[in-house]
Ligand binder design. Structure first.
Ligand SMILES: C[S@@+](CC[C@H](N)C(=O)[O-])C[C@H]1O[C@@H](n2cnc3c(N)ncnc32)[C@H](O)[C@@H]1O
Length: 367
């Protein structure tokens, strides 16, 4: 019988809410900044689980629409939100294939935290091209640790698990968790082909009980897979970890890859300026990957948020903050007044930047 991603986590919900790590608040805030979340926008958290990301995101969104196929996950997420006094999350049962039916158009971001691999990724990206607003982003968040970087108790537990479940089930699941094309490749061929990569890294301390509970949160070792052998598996995991760590405490390391995928620029820039998409690894990515900015061959750029010119011709380093953060972009030329003409021989006198619209005055119909 094939793996059905929707159903895999049904028996894991209670353990998931209790034992699975959340995300560092400062990283979620930095992501919110990068997405320009200002407390008014709609954000989709697709495959939200029990709300690990939905709750911290809600601080910076107008509404988070948290979507998961597993009702138990949603109930636990809702309870956590209530306990935390968070009131701007809408919890929706459904899966990524139903997005167009269950969410209204106009959201600014669709975030897939540890969930994009469970979806039909190319189709989902096409759907989101119809649903997300003009500057919207798909964000994927996924574990990025190599096997060699895992702590010793991880392979020890894998061996115990194989003793119970064999290796066949895990390899079937790996078709989803380790797909042939990585997320960046899939997104690179989608309408959201401009990709910025962030890394989130942290660690946490776990007791042996917590390590045991954590096992039942994974798709390869949910309680349902063990049936009435779950208790015996738990005892064997405990023994394996204690043998390596008699102190009963271990460290769980995390390194996550966060991809922020946006559409290439489509707005009209003045003559001589072109879209700035630099692609992954471009050190000026924060500026260049904003589709509303433009760059000229001599290095002079337009920043549509700031209504100013940016001199990129010198050897400048853009350190990945928001394009409108003067500290991250110390090289702005003095700001021009809001109606100032940024033009020269390349940009005509009518080319006045219109904040937030991606349009220039000169692009408009004079009527
Ligand atoms: C590993 S959990 C991630 C939960 C949470 N986002 C987090 O970061 O901890 C994966 C979640 O994706 C959900 N899921 C599985 N298939 C899905 C699909 N096709 N569409 C949407 N969600 C799906 C599962 O029910 C599960 O809650």
């Amino acid at each position: 019988m094939g793996v059905v991603p929707h159903q895999l986590f049904a028996s894991a919900a209670a353990h998931y809410a209790r034992f699975r790590s959340g995300y560092p608040r400062q990283d979620v805030v930095a992501l919110a900044d990068r997405l320009r979340l200002d407390g008014s926008r709609i954000v989709l958290d697709v495959g939200c689980g029990s709300g690990q990301l939905s709750l911290p995101l809600a601080d910076r969104a107008g509404t988070v629409i948290a979507i998961d196929p597993v009702p138990e996950m949603l109930t636990l997420g809702q309870q956590a939100a209530q306990a935390a006094g968070v009131g701007n999350i809408v919890w929706l049962q459904g899966d990524a294939s139903q997005l167009e039916r269950i969410v209204p158009p106009g959201a600014h971001a669709a975030i897939f935290a540890a969930s994009f691999h469970w979806t039909d990724r190319p189709t989902v990206a096409q759907t989101l091209d119809r649903l997300l607003d003009a500057t919207g982003a798909i964000v994927t968040i996924n574990d990025d640790l190599d096997d060699a970087e895992q702590p010793d108790w991880v392979p020890a537990i894998t061996e115990v698990r194989h003793g119970y479940l064999g290796t066949g089930h895990a390899s079937e699941i790996e078709r989803f968790t380790c797909p042939a094309d990585d997320h960046a490749t899939v997104l690179g061929h989608s309408p959201f082909s401009v990709i910025e990569t962030l890394t989130w890294q942290w660690e946490r301390q776990l007791t042996v009980d917590e390590v045991v509970g954590l096992q039942f949160t994974y798709s390869v070792s949910t309680p349902a897979l063990f049936g009435d052998r779950a208790h015996a598996f738990a005892e064997d995991v405990r023994a394996a970890v204690l043998e390596l760590h008699p102190s009963e405490r271990v460290t769980e390391p995390f390194r996550l890859e966060v991809l922020i995928a946006t559409r290439p620029t489509t707005h009209q820039l003045p003559d001589g300026f072109r879209g700035t998409s630099g692609g992954p690894g471009d050190p000026r990515s924060a500026y260049r990957e904003d589709p509303r900015n433009g760059l000229r061959d001599d290095g002079v750029g337009l920043d549509l948020d700031q209504q100013c010119r940016v001199d990129q011709s010198t050897d400048l380093e853009y350190r990945g903050g928001r394009a409108d953060d003067a500290e991250d972009l110390p090289v702005y030329l003095p700001h021009l007044p809001p109606t100032a003409d940024v033009g020269d021989e390349h940009a005509g006198a009518d080319d006045v930047l219109q904040p937030g619209t991606g349009l220039l005055e000169g692009d408009r119909d004079p009527a």
